[in-house]
Write a protein that binds this ligand. Structure first.
Ligand SMILES: Nc1ncnc2c1ncn2[C@@H]1O[C@H](COP(=O)(O)OP(=O)(O)O)[C@@H](O)[C@H]1O
Ligand SMILES: [Mg+2]
Length: 503
């Protein structure tokens, strides 16, 4: 018995009971399932509740002709194909030809060869029917899938657009239209560039698309006068459609104005807070700075008095006077430098990222805080390597971190005997840049090295408690980490890292 036929049902419509049974037996031997009908009406009724893959149809039935039966079945079965083989008496070949035109797959003549031919003809037809049914099933599944994707596309909250390489819109969904209104239309050109506030960002994005084949969540700001939203996030992917549209771009755009404005507000608050903190730290260092400024100013006053005296009393040579004036200029430069550093440190400015050597920033910070260090009689050990430690940073922000940490270290050593006040500033270049500031002060109370970073946590009478929380957010915004630990012997060490910029 043929296993593969066992899922196929054949309906035999034949009023000759003997022939009917014989045909059924032959087909069953082939593995087919069979059902027998002796009249047209019965066949129709049975087919209303059952399915036959193939009908063997006698033309002359007691209640109707085979043709009438097929017509009636077609009238009731929506779109479903009626697959049948006609069985006719000898001499009815003309009828057979008619029925072939009417959709019969084949025909068999009732003669002594009928039962011999039956298996091969049925098998052959069934093979084709099965093939077609499989195809229909696949097509149906594909259609369902297409509908599924269409629904997803239409209802996506993301604005999805397909564009050709010369900016022709191929497809848009509702969200695209909600975002861009009538400016985006199938068949029309759409140039995102025209809507951007900073065109250069567009070229950076397209460059990336060219190189990588895709761009993910690229944030862009739009021009204000276009009546669209203010910020969008763009995801682009190049896709190969067919030979006619060799490169199509799938663009997914999302309105991120709300998020961006909130982020900007947070950033602005943070910048303001940082500015206040810089002013406050400078206030704390005021006496040290006054002291430091006092030195060059006193020198300037002394040198100019000496020059006047030399001129009045004609004591010095021209060379002597030039020398004294040279000293005077250097002292004025020194005072000017102190003021320049302070001014750039407290200037209110928005974040400016540049590729810089972290060692230079450390040196600049130490210069700025030098007066405080001298004033408090602290020894600073600098372990700054000769090799450069390049990173993408905002110099003032990193300076602020270093000065905050230095100032905390200085504060922590108030009760440390003068000869033991040491701060070691170390910079190392590993897989990242590691900066540590180690003091010999009081150490962190109860070893609570995380609490310190909470806003407004302070143990100082006049403290604000924002220094460390600010330092941490600055370092993390740079892609690094900041942590604290107590030293084994005495004092604490604050360590921060920054991602290295490899050339
Ligand atoms: N080097 C240090 N050694 C010991 N404790 C420290 C050190 N640095 C910071 N701390 C502790 O962390 C607290 C928070 O520091 P910070 O956020 O800079 O605020 P503030 O300096 O205004 O108190 C300090 O009050 C102090 O208790
Ligand atoms: Mg502090």
């Amino acid at each position: 018995m043929d296993q593969k036929n066992e899922n196929n049902m054949i309906l035999i419509v034949e009023d000759d009971a003997g022939l009917r049974t014989l045909m059924a037996r032959v087909l069953q031997r082939q593995g087919f399932q069979t059902h027998l009908a002796s009249s047209g009406q019965y066949a129709i009724k049975w087919l209303q509740e059952n399915h036959a893959d193939l009908i063997l149809l006698d033309f002359f039935l007691p209640d109707m002709t085979g043709r009438e039966l097929v017509d009636q079945l077609r009238a009731t079965s929506q779109d479903e194909e009626i697959d049948y083989i006609l069985v006719t008496g000898r001499g009815d070949e003309r009828l057979a030809v008619d029925m072939l035109k009417h959709g019969a797959h084949n025909y068999l003549v009732k003669d002594q060869l009928l039962l011999d031919l039956l298996p091969s003809i049925v098998n052959q037809e069934m093979k084709q029917i099965n093939q077609r049914q499989r195809l229909e099933k696949t097509e149906l599944a594909l259609k369902k899938l297409e509908l599924h994707y269409q629904t997803l596309f239409e209802n996506s909250p993301l604005a999805i657009t397909l564009l050709t390489s010369d900016n022709q819109v191929v497809a848009v969904n509702d969200a695209s239209i909600r975002l861009f209104g009538s400016k985006i239309k199938i068949g029309k050109k759409f140039k995102l560039l025209d809507y951007l506030r900073y065109p250069v960002e567009f070229f950076v994005m397209m460059d990336l698309l060219e190189k990588e084949g895709y761009v993910k969540n690229f944030d862009l700001e739009l021009k204000e006068d276009q009546g669209i939203c203010q910020f969008i996030s763009v995801t682009l992917k190049k896709i190969e459609m067919d030979e006619n549209n060799p490169s199509t771009i799938l663009a997914m755009l999302q309105d991120i104005t709300e998020r961006k404005l909130a982020e900007n507000k947070v950033l602005q608050h943070q910048e303001e807070l940082a500015h206040v903190s810089r002013l406050s730290i400078l206030g704390e260092m005021a006496s040290g700075i006054a002291h430091e400024l006092n030195q060059p100013l006193c020198s300037i006053s002394n040198f100019s008095a000496a020059s006047i005296r030399m001129l009045e009393e004609s004591t010095g040579t021209k060379q002597d006077i030039i020398e004294v004036l040279g000293h005077l200029t250097r002292q004025a430069d020194r005072a000017g430098n102190i003021i320049r550093r302070i001014r750039s440190f407290v200037r209110k400015q928005s974040s400016k990222l540049l590729e810089l050597d972290v060692n230079d920033i450390l040196r600049e910070s130490l210069n700025l805080i030098e007066s405080e260090i001298t004033y408090k009689k602290i020894r600073v050990i600098e372990e700054i390597p000769d090799e450069s430690c390049m990173a993408i940073v905002d110099a003032i922000q990193i300076e602020q971190v270093v000065i905050n940490l230095m100032k905390n270290a200085i504060d922590a050593m108030t009760d440390t005997p003068q000869d033991q006040r040491i701060i070691t500033v170390k910079c190392q270049r590993r897989d990242k840049i590691v900066v540590s500031i180690c003091d010999s002060g009081s150490g962190i109370k109860e070893n609570d090295t995380e609490k310190l970073f909470e806003s407004f946590y302070t143990t100082k009478k006049e403290g604000l408690g924002i220094g460390l929380s600010l330092c941490r957010s600055i370092v993390e915004a740079h892609g690094g980490h900041l942590r604290a630990e107590n030293n084994k012997e005495q004092g604490a060490t604050f360590i921060f890292t920054l991602p290295i910029k490899r050339s």
